[in-house]
Design a protein around this ligand. Structure first.
Ligand SMILES: [Zn+2]
Length: 303
């Protein structure tokens, strides 16, 4: 009997709602592993879920940015679909994942920035002892919150062109904690960043996908010599999803997770910008985005 509540897919993923959903999935599908990869600044667990052979995995991670919580819902939606297919030995988009999962598993981190998502959904009051700090930053900037609770943009905090990115930040007038685009005092200064770095060092991740919103775009390059395989994978994903392939403009992309992953491991890494509109994309956009990306996510899972 399938007892999973559908309402996770019809309202934004507050942290409690999210954790309840992960517990449900673990109980419903015993072959799913649920574990914490670290804690946020405010001590919230950063959860990962895995399925299949962990000797080699594909990583899918979302909600690096607070307003982009729809990526969390999308990844959980896809994970649940995979779980049903595995249990029923059925196909998704004509593909049986059971065989490929026995060779290469899937690793999900649906919410990299739980404190940020809480601020986005519940306001500064959710920031505990950081509430006055968050309120103060919000008063000095009109921009909506994308950072972690310390005002560090996690996708500027990775050790990939950090100094170049810092110069770009300063030119843009960002010199300290901010709702977005401040990279922190040094690379990997934030526990949410370190949790992802440790995850990458501990597991044999063949490909990494960082989900963001919005723009219906796929980014796949970093540095002078990005892995050639990444270009062809991106081309295929672009063809199947209709999302636009974006070449690096050489200047602006530094410090992001996919940048770090490509440079550090010399393996394909991607940023997938889901949906179109203004962040936060409404939860009612979920089903259209999911339908549009489902086959691409199957391809990501088997390649
Ligand atoms: Zn983003």
């Amino acid at each position: 009997m399938h007892k999973i509540h559908a309402d996770f897919y019809t309202s934004p993923p507050t942290y409690k709602h999210y954790v309840d959903k992960l517990m449900e999935l673990k109980n419903e599908f015993p072959f799913v592993q649920l574990f914490s990869i670290g804690q946020s600044v405010l001590g919230r667990q950063i959860f990962a879920l895995s399925i299949g052979n962990m000797k080699q995995v594909t990583l899918m991670a979302g909600a690096f940015h607070a307003q982009e919580w729809l990526t969390t819902t999308l990844l959980v939606r896809y994970l649940e679909r995979v779980c049903l297919a595995v249990r029923e030995k059925s196909k998704i988009c004509g593909t049986s994942l059971n065989q490929s999962l026995s060779q290469k598993g899937l690793l999900f981190v649906p919410m990299v920035n739980p404190d940020g998502v809480c601020i986005a959904l519940e306001g500064a009051e959710s920031a505990g002892k950081y509430a006055p700090f968050v309120t103060q930053i919000q008063l000095s900037s009109q921009r909506s919150w994308q950072a972690n609770v310390r005002g560090v943009d996690l996708n500027h905090n990775y050790d990939a062109g950090f100094r170049q990115l810092r110069e770009i930040e300063i030119q843009s007038g960002i010199t300290g904690p901010s709702p977005r685009q401040y990279g922190g005092q040094y690379p990997h200064s934030e526990p949410e960043t370190m949790a992802m770095v440790r995850l990458c060092l501990r597991h044999n991740i063949s490909t990494a996908y960082a989900f963001h919103s919005q723009g219906e775009e796929i980014f796949y390059e970093y540095g002078e010599n990005p892995p050639a395989k990444g270009y062809y994978m991106a081309k295929l994903l672009s063809h199947v999803s209709g999302y636009t392939l974006v070449k690096n403009d050489g200047l602006y992309s530094h410090g992001g997770f996919k940048d770090y992953f490509i440079e550090r491991f010399d393996r394909p890494g991607f940023t997938i910008e889901i949906g179109k509109g203004e962040n936060p994309l409404p939860i009612t956009d979920l089903e259209d985005i999911y339908e549009r990306l489902l086959e691409s996510m199957v391809i990501m899972s088997v390649l």
